[in-house]
Write a protein that binds this ligand. Structure first.
Ligand code: C5P
Length: 220
């Protein structure tokens, strides 16, 4: 079983993915990691983000293991990490170089400790449209920019990262704009995706609704 969850930053994709992964025993691939890894490596090597060739070379040489090593760096999940990821992810060549690694995960899905999983859950922006167009179940999770910025702002405060709400909102809007309007694999719901708006629905409600869809699919 392959499940995809796409949508903008801070819509609740990660929480839904992790709830579903626990309930069904499926491995989880957060595909934003591949772009965050390339963006962070560019930063660590002192490369300008406009240097497409450098981004491509990093993408071509990225391994799953190195991506997880880079994820230990505090900048990996920072606002800067998200912004850099969104810039390098707009290069079509970079996206093409990172596609196979994402698709291959579904062939032999494993948990972090190497245990094989019975299925896979992807989260990202194009997992239902490009990475796994033949996924069994596709969700698109969204919420207003203000609600998402509020969530991100609180997350940063909890992690002790100093920031202000207006800055986070501006960042969320800028990322939405870049991710939705790029020429290759823009963020959009797959035609067969089920759309949830988490502005007014709690993540528990969304999880319950998603489970109903998956249970129904499994029966068939
Ligand atoms: O989901 P996350 O915030 O970690 O993603 C970081 C950035 O990576 C996104 O803003 C987007 O530009 C890019 N991304 C993408 N396609 C994906 C996942 C993430 O373009 N499937």
């Amino acid at each position: 079983m392959i499940i995809t969850i796409d949508g903008p930053a801070a819509a609740g994709k990660g929480t839904l993915a992790s709830n579903l992964s626990k309930k069904y025993g499926y491995a989880y691939f957060d595909t934003g990691m591949v772009y965050r890894a390339v963006g962070l490596e560019m930063h660590l090597l002192g490369k300008d983000l406009s240097d497409k060739e450098a981004a491509l070379s990093i993408a071509q040489n990225l391994t799953f293991e190195h991506m997880h090593e880079l994820a230990q760096n505090p900048d990996f999940r920072s606002a800067l990490g998200g912004k850099n990821a969104s810039i390098v992810s707009a290069y079509p060549e970079v996206r093409a170089a990172l596609l196979k690694m994402q698709q291959d995960f579904a062939l032999h899905p494993v948990f972090a400790d190497g245990t094989p999983a019975k299925g896979v859950i992807y989260d990202g922006r194009d997992t239902g449209t490009v990475v796994c167009p033949h996924a069994d179940v596709k969700f698109f999770i969204t919420a207003s920019a203000e609600v998402r910025a509020e969530r991100r702002y609180k997350e940063f405060l909890q992690k002790g990262i100093s920031t202000n709400y207006d800055e986070v909102l501006a960042d969320v809007k800028a990322r939405d704009e870049r991710d939705s309007n790029r020429a290759t694999a823009p963020m959009k719901p797959a035609v067969d995706a089920i759309i949830f708006d988490t502005s007014s629905l709690s993540i528990q409600d969304v999880t319950e609704k998603a489970c109903e869809v998956i249970d129904e699919k499994q029966k068939n």
